[in-house]
Design a protein around this ligand. Sequence first.
Ligand SMILES: C[S@@+](CC[C@H](N)C(=O)[O-])C[C@H]1O[C@@H](n2cnc3c(N)ncnc32)[C@H](O)[C@@H]1O
Length: 263
Amino acid sequence: MGWKSLFGNPWPTPAISAGKRALRERHPAPQRPPVKPVWPAGVPAYLVEHYWWAYVHPRAVKFWERQWLINLILFGNFVKLRDAALAELGGQLTGRTLQVAAVYGDFTPKVAERLAPGATLDVVDVLPVQLDNLRRKLRPDAPIVLHLGDSTALGFESGTFDQVIVFFLLHEQPPGVRERTLAEAVRVVRPGGKLLVVDYHEPSKWHPLHLVLLKPILRRLEPFCPALWAHEIREWLPRGFVPQHMAKETFFGGLYQKVVITV
Ligand SMILES: C[S@@+](CC[C@H](N)C(=O)[O-])C[C@H]1O[C@@H](n2cnc3c(N)ncnc32)[C@H](O)[C@@H]1O
């Protein structure tokens, strides 16, 4: 069963008898234009075209909001990568934190648990359905504001966040969008603040999963990923931007990376 039949068609064709089928074949119904679902305005084309099955369709959200499943997709590395990101941010998060794009599983609730008294978390996502889903995972009294917005045009003042987190977003974006996302992320971090990126990284060609699984699966399901890992994260940063410090760590034989940029 393909993703389309799982999520895409809310009115599946009912089973019909052989007699009815023969009648239909002799007198085919006139071709009607396909009915396209109407997505909310402002949703980027790449999400609708390539990721409707993961994020856009309400049934997809219900299906994927299972941490064990996300962990499976990450070959058992979700907790390791989540905790590496959290450790980078420190035991307690002070000041203002921005998370660009929602994440399935308990990533954001775990970030929220680390907010020091007076600290705040803002999360921006371009899909209302994702923000609704995230809201259900958070304590109602947590100092968190969810914003409907695009990573390429963050509506925040420059230099106003102490830390910005971009967790597994960049590999889903076409190159131009990815560059604009990073330019915005860098813009909103205060001087001396941190930009934390966790995402795919090109594994060595000896990685056991490389040929068997990664190339065929990623080419089909994650079409913008190979362009991401063909370059270092620093190459996607805005031209002329000189970070105070940058550190990269790789995980799981080089398939994932955590990059910390001190602005
Ligand atoms: C962070 S990424 C992938 C995270 C990871 N695969 C997971 O486990 O959920 C998924 C989110 O990015 C959001 N997203 C994609 N493009 C965006 C954009 N241009 N601006 C804001 N959010 C975006 C999607 O709506 C979705 O909620």
